[in-house]
Design a protein around this ligand. Structure first.
Ligand SMILES: [Zn+2]
Length: 158
């Protein structure tokens, strides 16, 4: 029954089939706080792995950022990304942020999680098998989901 060739996501803007998960977090270093991001593809089985990682420069212009990214991509080519495969307990820090975007046009895609507190698997709203009953919204989408009547009792903490 299951057709392996059919992608679960088709972008309604560009027709792309790839989604990118981005994780942004802060590191406190003395009086400074550093902001980092890592990102990589989300697969149809709701798993993802981060392939790239970079520090987000506060006041850097585009040119500098692009340079950093290039350096990182060179370094990354020699290492396996497997280490990043879903970290169960590390994804629940309050200040961390997660985003899902179309890998082609960068459009933001709403998503939920298979478990509360942003744990488990990622369920993009635009996946063909998306079911809000089985999903916990990422906090930034909780209001929108509530308005649509997607929230089950207990899916939002007071
Ligand atoms: Zn797109």
């Amino acid at each position: 029954m299951y057709n392996n060739d059919a992608s679960k996501f088709t972008c309604n803007q560009c027709g792309g089939h790839e989604l990118i998960v981005t994780h942004i977090w802060n590191i406190l270093a003395g009086n400074d706080s550093e902001r980092w991001q890592e990102w990589g593809p989300l697969k149809d089985n709701h798993h993802w792995h981060y392939e790239y990682k970079e520090k987000i420069e506060k006041n850097a212009d585009d040119e500098v950022q692009r340079g950093d990214l290039g350096e990182f991509e060179e370094d990354d080519s020699a290492t396996e990304a497997e280490d990043y495969e879903i970290h169960e307990s590390e994804t629940s820090r309050e200040s961390d942020e997660f985003f899902v975007n179309c890998g082609n046009c960068d459009r933001e895609i709403e998503f939920g999680w298979s478990q509360p507190d942003r744990r488990g698997l990622i369920f993009p709203v635009e996946f063909s098998d998306f079911n809000p009953v089985e999903s916990w919204p990422d906090p930034k989408y909780a209001d929108a989901w509530q308005q649509r009547g997607w929230l089950q009792t207990g899916h939002i903490r007071p």
